[in-house]
Design a protein around this ligand. Structure first.
Ligand code: ZN
Ligand code: ZN
Ligand code: ZN
Length: 474
């Protein structure tokens, strides 16, 4: 095993090429280069000090500087600490991420230069801006490489190769770190700063609720609707720099809604029913009245038609409205008159982070629930088949991205797509359907078994469309 050289003061001196690290070079890449240039494994690095692998979660080394003594490592490498700090997301203004595997995303051209950028592991981006190449999905095996690597005398010592994704780091026989060309280095700086500026603007606009954005920076499995709603909000605040290939959100923009975090005042069932009727009326006036034909068509449908809807032709607004009513009124209305004569006003409430945890009906929460159902239908119908399932509990937690903030008074802040945008999308689709005189439903096979919990079901009727059903709970 190679012996570490020691300076007069006893600190380890590591072999290093001071042209590295390049701007915004990731901690993962820096650690690999230290190991290769000095032919040392992770245990020896720990002995030298400056890097603490920890026991439970070695991958946190690449997410956060918590396990690093940055000034010490910088002094061992004879470089300025500032050049090491940009290796960590948390020093670039992003939230600290812990307990996640580090699945390394590569740009093939950067890999060829032995470069890996700190920002490549941001889940919301998809492209290397200075090379214009798509980033790979992320390789966990690469994440383990620096931790598991052991130097062996007969090893092909200056070469790393990942058996899973084929990523190679080869320093060549002369032990030099490849340098990225000066103009690329400048481009890296510019593009990274643009991304950081965008992120900081969005954070500023989100204010005390900026932790709502955290999953955009570190969630391991993004692209569920809640993740997308956060992105709708973020990209709606201001457009992200185009070259990073930020995953385009399905809906155009989002809004932040603030609710008092304290429990709701108790109201009796009569008052709740009154509140519900007001919300229902205002939704009807504001949205449904422009879709009266769609509403009549849906109201006239029998159970077989309701589960045979066509994703490309449905009125997402009216389906959402009826599902929302079924959620709170506990049954699908079959006609306006009948619903108005509801015998027992046993309205069902929803909860959000403890607000109305007693299942109390609240007008604001109920309206949010309507937009939530509508947005989910709008998003789901564009990508897959779906079923709307009625839950039977006394009150249901509403799945909307939200955080509790403690200002002068505790508040719950949530992010949700803008109803006006949903209205525009739905209205365009409905106008097209009506002008082509296309029905909303294509009932097939009358031997279908009706499941009382399924309020509506829709699928794509075009050939070659994959129809896997997603469930929307109301
Ligand atoms: Zn690249
Ligand atoms: Zn790999
Ligand atoms: Zn419509």
């Amino acid at each position: 095993m190679r012996k570490m050289r020691e300076g007069a003061d006893g600190t380890a001196r590591l072999t290093w090429d001071v042209r590295a690290p390049a701007p915004f070079e990731s901690a993962w890449n820096i650690l690999i280069k230290i190991q290769l240039l000095n032919a040392i494994g992770s245990e020896e690095i720990q002995r030298i000090g400056g890097v603490n692998l920890g026991e439970a979660d070695p991958h946190r080394l690449f997410h956060s500087s918590a396990g690093w003594d940055v000034p010490y490592i910088a002094s061992c490498l004879h470089v300025d600490s500032a050049r090491i700090r940009t290796a960590f997301m948390e020093h670039l203004g992003f939230p600290r991420r812990e307990g996640e595997k580090y699945a390394v995303r590569h740009c093939p051209d950067c890999s060829a230069l032995n470069y890996h950028c700190t920002l490549f592991n941001l889940p919301l981006i998809s492209r290397c801006p200075w090379h214009g190449k798509d980033l790979t999905q992320g390789c966990e095996r690469c994440g383990w490489l620096p931790i598991r690597w052991r130097w062996r005398a007969n090893a092909d010592l200056l070469r790393w190769a990942c058996p899973d994704c084929g990523h190679v780091i080869d320093l060549g026989g002369n032990l030099t770190v490849k340098c990225i060309p000066a103009e690329t280095e400048e481009a890296v700086r510019t593009h990274c700063r643009q991304m950081l500026n965008w992120w900081s603007k969005v954070q500023k606009a989100t204010g005390d609720a900026s932790s709502l954005l955290n999953p955009l920076a570190y969630e391991a499995r993004p692209f569920d609707y809640e993740w997308m709603w956060r992105l709708n909000w973020a990209t709606g605040v201001c457009a992200p720099p185009a070259e990073w290939g930020v995953v385009p959100p399905t809906l155009s923009a989002g809004v932040l809604v603030r609710l008092p975090g304290e429990g709701l005042p108790q109201c009796n069932s009569r008052e709740c029913l009154k509140a519900h009727r007001l919300v229902r009326k205002s939704i009807f006036r504001r949205f449904i009245s422009g879709h009266a034909e769609c509403f009549s068509e849906l109201m006239a449908m029998g159970p077989f038609e309701r589960i045979s809807l066509d994703c490309s032709a449905i009125c997402t607004l009216c389906v959402a409205f009826l599902s929302w009513r079924a959620a709170h009124e506990r049954r699908l209305p079959s006609s306006e008159r009948q619903a108005d004569q509801m015998p027992s006003p046993r309205l069902r409430g929803v909860t959000l982070s403890g607000i109305s945890s007693n299942g109390q009906y609240d007008a604001m929460l109920s309206f949010l629930n309507f937009v939530r159902i509508w947005a989910q239908i709008e998003e789901q119908s564009s990508v897959s088949a779906f079923r709307i399932i009625a839950l039977r509990g006394e009150s249901e937690p509403m799945l909307i991205p939200h955080v509790v903030v403690n200002g002068a008074r505790e508040q719950v802040v949530c992010v949700i797509p803008r109803a006006a945008d949903l209205f525009e999308i739905a209205t365009k689709r409905c106008a097209k359907r009506r002008s082509g005189d296309v029905p909303m439903a294509h009932p097939v096979g009358w031997n279908t078994v009706i499941d009382g919990k399924v309020l509506f079901a829709a699928r794509h009727h075009q050939p070659h469309y994959r129809n896997s059903y997603h469930h929307i709970y109301v």
